[in-house]
Design a protein around this ligand. Structure first.
Ligand SMILES: Nc1ncnc2c1ncn2[C@@H]1O[C@H](COP(=O)(O)OP(=O)(O)OP(=O)(O)O)[C@@H](O)[C@H]1O
Ligand SMILES: [Mg+2]
Length: 317
């Protein structure tokens, strides 16, 4: 299981949109995906078609020790989601007084580690204890960055926080790169911002940039991913390409097996987990929220919410 946190304390830079789009793109490739909504605003939960107000358990219960992560799962768009509610704001307060508070999410995730190929955590727009938990649980952090002036304000602070996490709670954490969001190829300025990110902070910009499209704003209101709403917009393809690159990237390629060696060429393919791997269903009662993709482990129809039909004029969260 690889754990990726999408973090940037700046609001509205497409952390949630990127989490959902990458997750859906990964699921399309046949991987078992868990999305974790670590933001009390619960925009990811809402975008997955799950109404936070209808939930009796959520990630908050996991963080305060009342539930396991497998007890709070829902399924939509081929991904499982550990949903958030506004209660999550209370988790921050609860955790502040606890020893080992930075490790709570990471510990919870280890219990379902074998059930997923990738876990993507949507962070809130702050560098508080929820984001620190996400960074402590993660193998990699990706920074969504809106391609507009002043978008890099706060970048140093974010990088310092990541460095602190490396030093104190998660030495393995690496910065995978920046996703350039809401990119407008017509302006020279946006390209300048990206080269500045590379030059000033030494960060890799994951290619291609995600172009601006109104379809991204429309999709969650319709309970759809960008791939369902507008599969042909360049931004949709960008998320697919980035997901593919992230997935195929191997930090240390294994050396080719010696000719004739026992087991040569029989290493487990990534999409074919060992039989002992349990689905989150078996790990605990997951809920069913929508038609799952054929590749996802299927939770039993214990409780079906159906994907919520959200009126188009619903106020954004
Ligand atoms: N490529 C894009 N083109 C146009 N609009 C986009 C694009 N990506 C995201 N948006 C829109 O930008 C707004 C902010 O996106 P999103 O909610 O994903 O940001 P965020 O970083 O998660 O915000 P917050 O910090 O509040 O959690 C949303 O209305 C979303 O639909
Ligand atoms: Mg968000």
């Amino acid at each position: 299981m690889s754990v990726i946190a999408l973090a940037n304390q700046k609001g509205g830079v497409a952390k949630t949109t990127s989490t959902l789009s990458l997750g859906a793109a990964w699921a399309e490739m046949g991987d078992r995906v868990l999305l974790v909504d670590c933001d009390p605003q619960a925009a990811l939960t809402y975008s997955m078609g799950v109404d936070p107000e209808d939930l009796d358990v959520s990630l908050h219960d996991v963080l305060v020790g009342r539930a396991g992560i497998a007890d709070v799962l829902w399924e939509a768009h081929g991904c499982h989601i550990a949903p958030a509610t506004i209660d999550l704001a209370g988790s921050e307060v609860f955790l502040l007084t606890k020893t080992g508070r930075e490790f709570v999410l990471g510990r919870a995730l280890t219990k379902v580690a074998e059930a997923y190929d990738v876990v993507i955590i949507d962070c809130p727009p702050s560098l508080g204890i929820l984001t620190i938990n996400a960074l402590t649980a993660a193998d990699e952090v990706i920074i969504p960055l809106q391609c507009e002036s002043l978008s890099q304000r706060g970048m140093s602070h974010l990088l310092e926080t990541i460095e602190d996490v490396r030093q104190f709670t998660n030495p393995q954490l690496s910065i995978r790169g920046v996703i350039a969001t809401m990119f407008d190829p017509r302006t020279k300025h946006t390209r300048e911002i990206l080269s500045n990110v590379t030059d000033s902070y030494g960060l890799k910009v994951l290619e291609p940039p995600v172009r601006k499209s109104i379809r991204f704003a429309e999709a969650p209101a319709a309970g759809e991913t960008i791939f369902q709403r507008a599969p042909s917009v360049p931004g949709a393809d960008a998320y697919r390409q980035i997901a593919r690159e992230l997935r195929d990237w191997a930090p240390e390629p294994a050396p080719p097996p010696a000719a004739g060696a026992e087991g040569a060429g029989t290493s487990e393919p990534r999409n074919d987990p060992p039989e002992a791997v349990r689905s989150p269903t078996e790990a605990g009662p997951a809920h069913e929220a929508s038609a799952a993709t054929p590749d996802m482990p299927q939770p039993p129809p214990e409780r079906s919410v159906g994907v919520r039909t959200i009126p188009i004029d619903t106020e954004p969260l």
